[in-house]
Design a protein around this ligand. Structure first.
Ligand SMILES: Cc1ncc(COP(=O)(O)O)c(C=O)c1O
Length: 380
C-alpha cells in the first residue's frame, strides 16, 4: 500500500549507510569495538552504569527475567496492554505472568494499586512497560517493590531518551530493556539494549548473552584471552557490528528526533482536542516523553473498524496498541478468562495515528482532516 502518511518512517541518510559500509570494510562483523562504543554511548545517554547490547528486546527481556532469578513457581506482575514479547519473556523462563490492569483511559500505564493487589507470596518481580515513551509511575512502583522485596524490570522498548523527575527510563528498576526494532525511536532493524546499575546483574547478563562463555571471540582476536570456560547456560543473543554502527548514528539523532516527536504531539493535541468523539491520553504526564506513539481513544459512539477503514481510504495508516495479551488465543488457553476492565476498554477503543520525526506539518494536517472526516463517517 502506498500510504500518503505511513504510521512510522525512518530518519536514515548517508551517515547510516557510511557507518554500515565502514564495518563491512573493517571485516570484523560481530560484537567488537563498535558494539563496545555503542554500549558506552547508550549507557551515558541513559545514565546507567552498564549497557549490554543484544539481538533484540525480546532476548533482552528473557535475559532480564532470568537474571532476577525468575523461574517455575515464581509470579511476575506485568501489564496486558503491551506487546506480546513482554509476557513471552516470562513464559520462556517457566514463570507465571500475572496480568495487571492499567490506570485508565487517560493513562495506559500499569496501575500501582493494581500491582499491590496482585502481590502474593510467589511474586518475584514487577515488569512494567513505558507505553508510548511515557514513564510509568516509577516512584510508587519502586516504593511497592521495596516494601515487598521485589525486583523491577522496565520494558523500555518505547522509551530511549525519556525521563521522570530527571531520572531516565532504564535506571529506575533493577534492569531496563530497550528495543531498536525498525519502527522504534532508535531504529536499526533488529536490536536491543539492557541497562543496569548492578555489577553482578551486568556480569550475569553479559555471560548469558553469549553462551555463558567467559571470553568472546573479540577478546581472543585482541589477544586478551587464549581460551574460555562456560560457566552458565547461555544463549546467542549477540548483536553485530553493522547494527551497532547504525545504532551509534541513530543515537546521535535521538534527542533531536524525540524533540521533533514531542513538537508534533503538541500540534496533534492542539488540533484534535477540539474534535467531538475522541480523547487523548497522557495530556498531563509529568515526565519527558519520547513521544514514540500518538494514541487516541474513540468515544463509545464511534465504530473503530469503520474509522480505521476510512483513515485507510484517505491514505493514512493507523494501528492499535495493543490488543491485550490476555485476550490472545494462546494466553486464553493457558490462563483462561481474566478480567481487566480498563485494559479491555482501551484495547477496544484505542487507535494509533502516524508519528515520526520526518513527518511534515502538512502531513499532520492531512491526518487531522482525515480524523475529522472519519469520525463523522464512523458515528454509530
Ligand atoms: C513494548 C514492547 N516490548 C518488547 C518489544 C520487543 O522488541 P523486539 O522486537 O526488539 O524484540 C517491543 C517491540 O515491538 C515492544 O513494543
Amino acid at each position: 500500500m502506498n500510504w500518503r502518511v505511513p504510521l512510522s518512517d525512518l530518519d536514515f541518510d548517508s551517515a547510516e549507510r557510511e557507518a554500515a559500509l565502514n564495518v563491512i570494510e573493517s571485516k570484523w562483523l560481530t560484537m567488537g569495538g563498535v558494539t563496545q562504543k555503542f554500549e558506552a554511548a547508550f549507557a551515558h545517554m541513559v545514565g546507567a552504569r552498564h549497557a549490554i547490547a543484544v539481538s533484540n528486546a525480546t532476548a533482552g527481556l528473557h535475559l532480564a527475567v532470568r537474571a532476577i532469578g525468575g523461574g517455575p513457581g515464581d509470579e511476575i506482575i506485568l501489564p496486558s496492554l503491551t506487546f506480546v514479547a513482554t509476557a513471552n519473556a516470562v513464559l520462556y523462563q517457566g514463570a507465571q505472568p500475572v496480568f495487571c490492569d492499567i490506570v485508565g483511559e487517560r493513562n495506559f500505564s500499569i496501575s500501582p494499586p493494581a500491582i499491590e493487589a496482585s502481590i502474593t507470596p510467589k511474586t518475584k518481580g514487577i515488569l512494567v512497560m513505558h507505553y508510548g515513551g511515557y514513564l510509568c509511575d516509577m516512584p510508587s512502583i519502586l516504593d511497592i517493590a521495596a516494601r515487598h522485596n521485589l525486583a523491577v524490570i522496565e520494558d523500555a522498548a518505547h522509551a530511549p531518551g525519556t525521563s521522570l523527575e530527571g531520572r531516565g527510563a532504564g535506571v529506575w528498576g533493577d534492569i531496563g530493556v530497550f528495543s531498536f526494532f525498525s519502527n522504534k525511536n532508535l531504529a536499526i532493524g533488529e536490536g536491543g539494549m539492557i541497562t543496569t546499575r548492578d555489577d553482578d546483574l551486568a556480569e550475569k547478563l553479559r555471560l548469558m548473552r553469549s553462551h555463558g562463555m567467559t571470553s568472546l571471540s573479540w577478546d581472543r582476536h585482541k589477544g586478551h584471552a587464549h581460551s574460555y570456560d562456560v560457566v552458565d547456560l547461555g544463549y546467542n543473543y549477540r548483536i553485530d557490528e553493522i547494527r551497532s554502527a547504525i545504532g551509534l548514528v541513530q543515537l546521535g539523532k535521538l534527542e533531536r528526533n524525540n524533540e521533533r516527536r514531542r513538537k508534533l504531539t503538541e500540534l496533534y493535541r492542539a488540533h484534535l482536542i477540539k474534535l467531538e468523539g475522541i480523547s487523548i491520553p497522557y495530556m498531563d504526564h509529568p515526565g519527558v516523553s519520547s513521544a514514540h506513539l500518538f494514541p487516541i481513544i474513540l468515544d463509545h459512539s464511534i465504530d473503530r473498524a469503520v474509522f480505521m477503514d476510512s483513515m485507510k481510504a484517505s491514505g493514512i495508516q493507523t494501528s492499535i496498541h495493543y490488543p491485550p495479551i490476555h485476550t490472545f488465543t494462546y494466553y486464553l488457553k493457558i490462563f483462561g478468562e481474566i478480567e481487566l476492565p480498563n485494559t479491555e476498554e482501551v484495547g477496544r477503543r484505542e487507535v494509533t495515528l502516524p508519528l515520526y520525526p520526518t513527518m511534515t506539518e502538512d502531513q499532520l494536517a492531512l491526518v487531522v482532516d482525515a480524523v475529522q472526516d472519519s469520525l463523522s463517517k464512523a458515528a454509530i
